[in-house]
Design a protein around this ligand. Sequence first.
Ligand SMILES: *Cc1c(COP(=O)(O)O)cnc(C)c1O
Length: 239
Amino acid sequence: MSTIAVNLQAVEATITAAAAVSGRPRSAVQLLAVSKTFPAEAVLEAMAAGQRAFGENYLQEGVEKIADVARAQPAQSTQSSEPVEWHFIGPIQSNKTRSIATSFAWVHTVERLKIAQRLSEQRPPEMGLLNICLQVNISGEATKSGATAAELPELARQVALLPNLRLRGLMAIPEPQTDPALQRAAFARLRALGEDLRADGLTIDTLSMGMSADMEAAIAEGATIVRVGSAIFGHRNYD
Ligand SMILES: *Cc1c(COP(=O)(O)O)cnc(C)c1O
């Protein structure tokens, strides 16, 4: 078995155990394999092991990889297995939204209405609705990205009205913590913000939270998507 297949099995076991501890079904948590900095061959290896959802942070790299994987899988649509699903999880520059809207099924990192409006305008209708998570700055000063908790209700209401998007929920990258109690506290804040939006009448179903180092705490607090990179693909080399 390839290293990636072995790592996927280990991550699968971690997710299954963490879900069981919280009394949640395994099917309530989707594994997003974060393939940034790794080549299309790594994605194909993970696909051979059954993985279908992949996350990319850097637009140019992601778009090229999507094309490379599609070329290597020409008969995908006729295979019985589910098609591969690409999620954009990196910072968004407003002049790069078109390529995101035409290449990805999900975007996890929307933090401003202007970006959401552009994504909606530029989404080709034949691709179906673009799934959106709003990124929230859950750790205050520590991280710069994300809408504040105060901005969130109005942003969510506006995004939910855009025609070619489907608002799915919230995403956060909390400040790294080694203490599981502190990890959980940050994820609990995101969960509470999601509950507030539901109480406002929005039909959201997604909490994108948890990475290699804190996925168990995230699952305990209700994560529906964990974004896992290094635990699957290994150490990243940014050179
Ligand atoms: C890189 C990245 C991940 C994966 O991080 P690991 O620690 O390698 O699991 C998850 N989410 C986002 C937004 C990332 O940029």
